[in-house]
Design a protein around this ligand. Structure first.
Ligand SMILES: Nc1nc2c(ncn2[C@@H]2O[C@H](COP(=O)(O)OP(=O)(O)OP(=O)(O)O)[C@@H](O)[C@H]2O)c(=O)[nH]1
Ligand SMILES: [Mg+2]
Length: 653
């Protein structure tokens, strides 16, 4: 972004990220020196995630709205294809790279990605105007470019125009789930078309998009204030609340691109894109940066506390003589077996919970689909269409079929919107409640597990664990460490669910794409028109010449048929969507909980083995290990304090 700010906010965020990585590096080494392989693997996994974690800024909108022009303007070069017709055919990621490279990922998962000359990129990812519907052989283009903006871990995502091809729309919707910031691009001269309104309602409900209106240059100066007010009012009508003025931008994207290419910063500034750029930057380095870094820092601090608190027990095991150790180990066998048993039980309870949640989501979803199906006749009676019925003999059938197809499509579109709304109202809160319940279950059960683990460690060392960190309210429970680490490391939707709880909005972001994909499947029209065309022809044959009445009948028939068909499909769709949702929400949690408990048990074994080996090797080795533990303790204390500083800084900045 602009040179001045590059050295500002992004630099601060970069430094904080690097500090977290550096502290994690020290912690990993400390865990290794303690011989705790589970902890060191956990920390290493966190470092990998923090290192790869990018800010994804996704540009979406109908075709030809200026998405690629805007992205190029941010990049300062004509990297992506820009044309006055439907253009972008493939989702494109732009990342930082020292060299200019482009890679195409084939749609066929068995095929390997191909490196291409970036100059050829435009040819390869541009829609074939002779056959726009032809699927592009690639599913993704990845561009590396030596751009300052992307150096700060920003990945820019350009997407194909919406509402032209179903498959491209579907890919875009999936991609939205991963976006940190969404830029919804429209024309200032015709903001919020029916299709755009639908997209905003159905797919952006859980995002706070940046709204960009291009082609502001096409509007006469004296009309501009009116156009801006109108666009904002339309947005507010759909969002159901006033849209933050700071989230709407009226720009001349083409001018911005030209100015950037010419290196003319003042022209770039007056294009309006500079303001957008700064707003995006602020959002990324403030809101998103904190949302990404803070929970990781906290989980690392909790883990450091956990390691630190085991220190007196480790030392006590070194102080004991080998005969006493052997006795303790003997004594510890029962609690150890108990702990293993408990771990199995907790895993089983989670699996149980998953089945319960799946059942609940399925039944609520089926109920919603049926309710929406029930609205089909009413909606079909009013659905807007353009085709007019005709009595001219050679037109009758075709017109009737066209009208029926249009009524069906228009009804389906409206129903899809109802479904999205319904998911937002009912399913979002349900999922967030269920995940809260999982959170509580983990709190209690992992709390028990932790208490038993502590008993075992006490049996082995004769020393109780020291109290938690200085802040009593921040006392780390195993649930928080395991839940936090697991969710975050897996990067899954579960990430924020435990440890740092998701609210209904995040739950929605997690479930809406899945619901949209399944409802789209449900609302795919199903061979209505032919049948209905014949019906109308019959009515006319029977001497019914009142077109108004015939259209009414046609609408009633279409509405009833849609309702019937949707009711038939509802149970199957509800079952499939619930299964997929629950798998995405719960499996990462289950895996991290099982692995976390197994790690704790393994760590007990490891600490006993280390003490035993030292005893066998003799007094010198025991002294060496004692000194080693004390050194590691220092490192842990320092890391805890450094993480605390970083968290304080993140909290106030
Ligand atoms: N006058 C004017 N033209 C613009 C503006 N933004 C984009 N254009 C032009 O609009 C056309 C479409 O721009 P693209 O960037 O290809 O649009 P897109 O949204 O990426 O289109 P798809 O890839 O088809 O989805 C190009 O001819 C641009 O030069 C603008 O703000 N003002
Ligand atoms: Mg484009």
């Amino acid at each position: 972004m602009s040179t001045a700010s590059q050295n500002g906010d992004f630099a601060v965020a970069d430094v904080q990220r690097d500090r977290l990585i550096e502290i994690c590096g020290r912690l990993e080494a400390a865990a290794e020196r303690l011989g705790d392989s589970g902890a060191s693997a956990t920390i290493a996994a966190q470092v990998d995630v923090v290192q790869d974690d990018a800010f994804r800024v996704m540009f979406v909108g109908d075709f030809n709205r200026g998405k690629s022009t805007l992205v190029n303007a941010l990049l300062g070069e004509l990297v992506l294809p820009v044309k006055a017709v439907e253009t972008t055919a493939v989702i494109t990621y732009v990342r930082y790279g020292g060299e200019r490279l482009a890679k195409l990922v084939p749609a066929d998962p068995a095929a390997v990605p191909v490196e291409i000359d970036p100059k050829d990129l435009i040819d390869r990812i541009t829609v074939d105007t002779k056959d726009p519907g032809k699927p592009n052989p690639y599913q993704l283009a990845e561009v590396s470019w030596p751009l300052e903006l992307c150096r700060h871990n920003v990945v820019i995502v350009d997407s194909p125009g919406l509402n032209v091809h179903d498959t491209r729309d579907r890919i875009t919707q999936e991609e939205l789930r991963k976006a940190d910031a969404v830029v919804f691009v429209q024309h200032a001269i015709a903001a919020m078309s029916t299709a755009e309104t639908r997209f905003l309602t159905n797919h952006l409900g859980s995002h706070d998009p940046f709204f960009v209106f291009t082609r502001f240059d096409d509007i006469d100066a004296h009309e501009r204030a009116g156009v801006m007010a109108d666009a904002r009012a339309r947005l507010a009508a759909v969002r159901g609340k006033d849209v933050d003025v700071g989230r709407t931008f009226f720009v001349d994207a083409r001018e911005a691109l030209r100015a950037r290419v010419a290196g003319d910063e003042s022209r770039f500034s007056s294009s309006g894109v500079a303001v957008l750029e700064r707003a995006l930057e602020r959002f990324l380095v403030q809101d998103r940066h904190k949302a990404k870094i803070f929970p990781r820092a906290r989980v690392m601090r909790d883990l450091s506390h956990e390691l630190d608190r085991s220190m007196p027990q480790r030392l006590a095991m070194l102080d004991a003589d080998s005969e006493k150790m052997a006795n303790c180990w003997q004594e510890a066998q029962r609690p150890l077996a108990g702990l293993e048993q408990e771990a199995r039980q907790i895993s089983a309870e989670l699996a149980n919970q998953r089945a319960l949640i799946q059942g609940r989501i399925e039944s609520v979803l089926a109920e919603g689909l049926r309710a929406v199906a029930g609205e089909a006749p009413l909606i079909a009676a009013e659905a807007p269409i353009e085709t007019k019925l005709s009595l001219v003999p050679w037109e009758v059938k075709q017109r009737a079929e066209d009208a029926a197809a249009e009524i069906a499509q228009s009804t389906m579109n409206l129903l899809e919107g109802r479904m999205a709304h319904w998911a937002e109202e009912r399913l979002g809160p349900l999922v967030s409640r269920e995940m809260d319940a999982v959170d509580k279950l983990l709190d209690t059960r992992l709390g028990d597990f932790e208490a038993n683990l502590e008993k075992l460690r006490f049996a082995l060392s004769g020393v109780a664990q020291s109290a938690a960190g200085a802040d009593a309210n921040e006392q780390s429970t195993l649930a928080r460490v395991i839940g936090g680490v697991g969710g975050l490391a897996l990067g899954g939707l579960a990430g924020g669910v435990i440890g740092a709880r998701f609210g209904p909005k995040e739950a929605l972001r997690a479930i809406l794409p899945t619901i949209a994909i399944y409802t789209a499947w449900m609302f795919t029209p199903f061979g209505l028109p032919t049948l209905i065309g014949t019906l109308v022809v019959q009515a006319l044959w029977q001497g019914n010449n009142n077109l108004g009445r015939i259209e009414k009948k046609l609408r009633a028939k279409v509405g009833d048929d849609i309702a019937k068909e949707l009711r038939i499909k509802a149970p199957e769709i509800a079952a499939a969507a619930a299964a997929e949702l629950v798998e995405e929400l719960m499996l990462p949690i289950e895996e991290s909980v099982s692995a976390g408990m197994a790690n704790r048990i393994a760590s007990v074994h490891e600490s006993v083995r280390n003490a035993k080996q030292a005893h066998e090797a003799g007094a010198a080795e025991v002294d060496r290990l004692r000194a080693e533990y004390k050194a590691v303790d220092q490192i842990l204390q320092q890391a805890i304090s450094d993480l605390g500083d970083l968290m304080d800084e993140l909290a106030v900045s």
